[in-house]
Design a protein around this ligand. Structure first.
Ligand SMILES: C[S@@+](CC[C@H](N)C(=O)[O-])C[C@H]1O[C@@H](n2cnc3c(N)ncnc32)[C@H](O)[C@@H]1O
Length: 255
């Protein structure tokens, strides 16, 4: 007989934690392999699916196993209000590297140079998925597949490509690095094959990244304001790229 708790403990260390209904919904919608999903209330979870994600309702019906709340809280570090959690198979690094290095490219790659904040990284992955960017690359020590990042990204890691690389391993394409000292982005057309690089919340762009930079560009900002938040900077830049005629959104994600 199936024992979801035993299966969870066996798989947890090597899997991606999908914390909450929306993370599971997105992961399933974008083709993640999900071997296990639990909830404390199957009926409530399926009602949410009926309301918000009818396209994945049947898959969730098969996947979701109901467990007592006392069990659920032992499986996840920070129980989500939707009381849904699942484990997904992390896409292989080889496949990620292939996707990032493929040319010609129809949409930019976003590079976060040594980001420090897990929530920012999640928000950026969500943006990259929404704008149809080719992927998000992080440099430095932050794990872009950390459960808090996946939670912040609402499971949209599976809708783009997410890898950690060295600055010397960045994907091909002209590097447009964002910095308040750069040329005004409003006069710059960002090409579809751009590598869009953003600095760390603490110290901005590293010397290594600056050395790889082809164009330094800035977001309009009133004097005396030092900088924008990292994720909002990515949002403005991706919007600017898309407004210049960037690739149309390929996925109808109305739910
Ligand atoms: C919070 S800021 C970094 C602030 C940091 N204290 C510094 O010294 O640069 C994070 C990143 O967002 C981007 N950014 C923020 N404001 C920007 C602006 N006005 N123009 C271009 N990029 C900006 C840059 O890539 C920056 O490195």
């Amino acid at each position: 007989m199936n024992d979801p708790v035993r299966d969870w403990r066996r798989l947890a260390d090597s899997s991606v934690l999908l914390d909450g209904f929306h993370a599971l919904k997105h992961a399933v919608r974008f083709g993640a392999e999900v071997p296990l999903a639990v909830t404390t209330d199957r009926q409530a979870a399926l009602a949410l699916a009926d309301e918000l994600a009818p396209d994945v309702r049947d898959t969730l019906d098969v996947l979701l196993t109901e467990v007592p709340e006392t069990t659920y809280v032992t499986l996840v570090p920070r129980p989500h209000p939707t009381a849904v959690a699942a484990l997904a198979v992390r896409p292989s690094r080889e496949a990620g590297l292939r996707a990032l290095s493929r040319t010609p490219r129809a949409a930019p790659v976003v590079v976060l140079d040594n980001p420090r904040n897990l929530g920012n990284a999640g928000a950026v992955i969500r943006l990259a998925a929404g704008f149809g960017a080719t992927g998000v690359v992080t440099t430095g020590t932050l794990d872009p597949w950390h459960p808090t990042v996946v939670r912040g990204g609402a499971g949209l890691h599976f809708a783009t490509t997410v890898e950690r690389l060295g600055v010397d391993e960045l994907p091909p394409g002209p590097v447009f690095a964002l910095d308040p000292e750069g040329d005004d982005i409003r006069g710059v057309k960002l090409p579809d094959d751009a590598v869009l690089a953003f600095g760390s919340e603490r110290s901005g762009l590293s010397a290594e990244l600056r050395e790889r930079t082809d164009h330094l560009v800035s977001l309009p900002m009133r004097p005396q304001v030092s900088s924008y938040n990292l994720a909002t900077s990515v949002a403005m830049t991706l919007f600017h790229w898309s407004a210049g005629g960037g690739a149309p959104l390929a996925v109808d994600d109305r739910a």
